[in-house]
Design a protein around this ligand. Structure first.
Ligand code: NAP
Ligand code: MG
Length: 454
């Protein structure tokens, strides 16, 4: 197979055929990226900053087109897709400030002067999953380019269209062709060459924990740098003292956004036993009110799942014996639809409460007290995000410190701001993206001592 038929998940229609990059073509692209590196790192900081800002402007000018591509390719709601394209613009603008701020240290030493330099790594590879094709690409390529690296990027086989367009926009903005290359193709072919080809100095991977472990093991052979953003089974902890109306009204959007295909989805709701009945009463209309349908319509809040195969995986969790409390709606007919579904398993041993289902399924489980809540939130091998709903500030901070996860929100479900760090504890990942320090992950610290002896 040399090409891949991209399918619209809302209609099952074939959108376009995309050529798949071979292993040989991948090696050629890596060689070109390596050859382009000396000139790119030598571009003056101000000029590299200007090029990144021009790239951001090109994205800004193409937001509607990028958003429509994502609606068609990924079934994202148009509102989300516009935000995602805007996020690429914002991340480029944010890291365009970095080239002029790759500041080293002058450290006092006897007999000379000691300086540190932040050196680029060389060729950086970025492997992107299908759930957020635009933002996850940008979180990798923007800081990598800013630090003076050249980049090869592989979108998910299912969702290559926006990445291909971003590659075109980079060229229109004046970024040299070999400095940023987009290589659509298979993980087992293109992604594997990123791991195995020694000219690639770093792999930035977002996707499943299973593949992430293989990549880490593969990179170990060359002590290749890795950043991993993997799965999550994130708890939304609701204490009895919380604003229950608000907690219940927001809970569906903390898990069903992007049809639950979000590593930060709060797919385990832990509710304090004394507030459980009231919370469930409030949650039902909120879940039934989620607008599921044509992702191109402005009012739509949730679209389809990404593929027939993924729908099958999500569906396998729900049978006639499942403890379903209530469900929302979903269109009939063509498209990979699955309704928002609330389940009440008896405990955390149930896969409904412990697996990353990656679809619109949320488990609600009771807890007794604060210690119990923290213990239950920490029961999984994951540790990516989570939420805490309480009116008690001390409790909010104690529980925030107790939950082993990289991104927590109190009385909110927000996880991602491009200027704050993002990443996981435990098997949810390694390293951090975004925020003021992300560029450090794309440089090596070099120490130079200069003798002043006569
Ligand atoms: P995946 O297999 O981990 O895919 C993620 C990316 O890695 C894709 O670009 C994939 O390429 C590539 N890849 C696959 N095998 C590779 C290999 N051996 N070497 C290098 N790259 C490789 O994820 P998936 O199969 O799409 O989804 C499976 C599950 O992973 C989901 O159900 C969900 O639980 C989880 N997931 C998590 C996230 C997240 O944000 N943390 C994102 C997506 C999925 P191909 O597209 O060609 O396979
Ligand atoms: Mg896979």
């Amino acid at each position: 197979m040399t090409s891949f038929a991209v399918i619209n998940p809302a209609t099952e229609e074939v959108v376009r055929s995309v050529a798949l990059t071979s292993a040989e073509e991948t090696d050629t692209a890596i060689a070109r990226a390596r050859a382009a590196f000396p000139a790119w790192r030598a571009v003056s900081p101000g000029d590299r900053a200007r090029l990144l800002r021009r790239f951001a402007d090109a994205v800004e000018g193409d937001i509607e087109n990028l958003a429509q591509l994502e609606v068609t390719n990924s079934g994202h709601t148009i509102g989300n897709a516009r935000w995602e394209a805007g996020n690429v613009r914002d991340v480029l603008n944010y890291y365009s400030a970095s080239p002029e701020r790759l500041i080293g240290k002058q450290i006092p030493v006897p007999g000379g002067v000691n300086l540190t330099f932040a050196e680029p790594l060389g060729v950086v590879s970025v492997i992107v999953p299908w759930n957020f094709p635009m933002p996850i690409a940008g979180w990798g390529f923007a800081p990598a380019l800013a630090a003076g690296n050249t980049v090869v990027l592989k979108p998910a086989e299912l969702t290559p269209l926006t990445a291909i367009r971003l590659g075109e926009l980079a060229r229109e903005a004046g970024i040299p062709e070999d400095v940023f290359q987009v290589l659509p193709g298979k993980g087992s072919v293109v992604g594997q060459r990123f791991v195995d080809n020694p000219a690639v100095r770093k792999v930035v991977f977002t996707g499943s924990t299973e593949v992430g472990k293989q990549i880490m093991a593969g990179c170990a052979a060359q002590v290749k740098r890795v950043t991993l953003e993997l799965g999550g089974k994130n708890a939304n902890i609701v204490f009895a003292d919380a604003d229950l109306e608000k907690a219940a009204a927001r809970a569906p959007y903390g898990v069903f956004d992007n049809a639950g295909q979000d590593c930060c989805a709060r797919s385990l709701i832990l509710v304090q036993a004394s507030a459980y009945d009231k919370f469930m009463e409030l949650l039902e209309p909120a879940v039934k009110g989620v607008v599921v349908g044509d992702p191109g319509l402005e009012a739509t809040e949730m679209g389809p799942l990404i593929s027939a195969q993924h729908k099958q995986k999500v569906s396998s969790y729900i049978s006639s014996d499942s403890p379903v409390a209530f469900r929302g709606s979903a269109p009939e007919g063509d498209g990979f639809w699955f309704p928002p579904t609330v389940v009440t398993p008896s405990g955390l041993q149930d896969p409904l409460a412990s697996d990353e289902i990656f679809g619109p399924v949320v488990a609600v489980v009771r807890f007794e007290d604060e210690a119990d809540a923290v213990k239950m939130a920490n029961h999984t091998e994951y540790g990516l995000s989570g939420s805490i709903w309480t009116r008690d500030v001390g409790r909010a901070l104690r529980v925030s410190r107790g939950v082993e996860a990289g991104n927590l929100s109190v009385n909110s479900h927000s996880s991602v701001r491009y200027w704050t760090p993002f990443g996981g504890f435990k098997q949810s990942g390694l390293g951090r993206e975004l925020g003021p320090d992300a560029v450090d992950a794309f440089t090596e610290t070099k120490n130079v001592f200069i003798s002043t002896e006569e």
